[in-house]
Design a protein around this ligand. Sequence first.
Ligand SMILES: [Zn+2]
Length: 327
Amino acid sequence: MAVGPARCIRRVVYDAYDIRVWYPSPYPLESTEDVSTLHVCAGCFRYVESLALLHRHRRVCRHRHPPGRKVYQRGAHTIWKVDGALQKLYVQNLCLFGKLFIDHKTVCFDVEPFVCYLVTDASSQFDHVLGFFSKEKISYDHYNLACIVIFPPFQRKGYGTLLMEYSYYLSRGEGIAGTPERPLSALGIRGYVAFWTTRVLRTLQNAFDPGNLSARRIRAILAGVSDLPEPPTRKRKISQRGWAGELVDDAITPESNLPDVTLPKSTTLARIAAASDMRVEDTTLALAYADLLVESDGVFFLVRAAIDAAVKRLRMKPPILDEAYVL
Ligand SMILES: [Zn+2]
């Protein structure tokens, strides 16, 4: 199969959208002619070179949702896990499509070592894929994400944040402070700085909150208490559904067993990072972005008023991922 003039793809028809392409993608097109508009099936991501071929394909395509397992579902929105080794062609086609909107090098063919997490929005008969992130099954650098893309018609609606939050949820389950693989795209850097800043500010605000159970863990970490029990995860709760399938809150969570230590007067960047489930360098960047690294004689001062002011200035939003809906 000859590699066709992928550079010439200018538009792509996907689902109900005709989208301008941002970057080249190595689509192995059979046609020797220029293909300025590519047609991509919203069910299986197969690509064809004309609308007539797409209509013909859609009549026989059986994909109504991604070929994987649901890992999160809240209302019409679902996150699916698709294994690159089990669904090689699907993931290759998904990555080729995603590459149209990512400016750096990304894997499109050697997909077996990766899993993809896709976010979908359901209509009556169909789960529409809005974007995804890929993750190496084994990452020696503990990257929690290889690349992330939300397709242009669905950007700026919080789906990227949802996927980033989910990638950090996975890292927490692995007991490791994760971080996305570098280099990040320009869009990725902007998204991550906002995400990290929100995460650190939320942690610091929580630390001051006396009535909040998760605040106990944060204060204990900031105070340097070691041997904390593992944070609660949804997995532990699965076996505890009530008779009607509703979730039953643990009567005794690991958090309620934690000593309620007072907020320490001094702490370290490493502890702030640990309390936020983040890397130290990402935490430092977030604190700098929030203008909270105010130094005096080699000591940084974090005061509540400055944290609250940063939250207001940056118009920080509450988290989108609700762990009660993790499957
Ligand atoms: Zn299809």
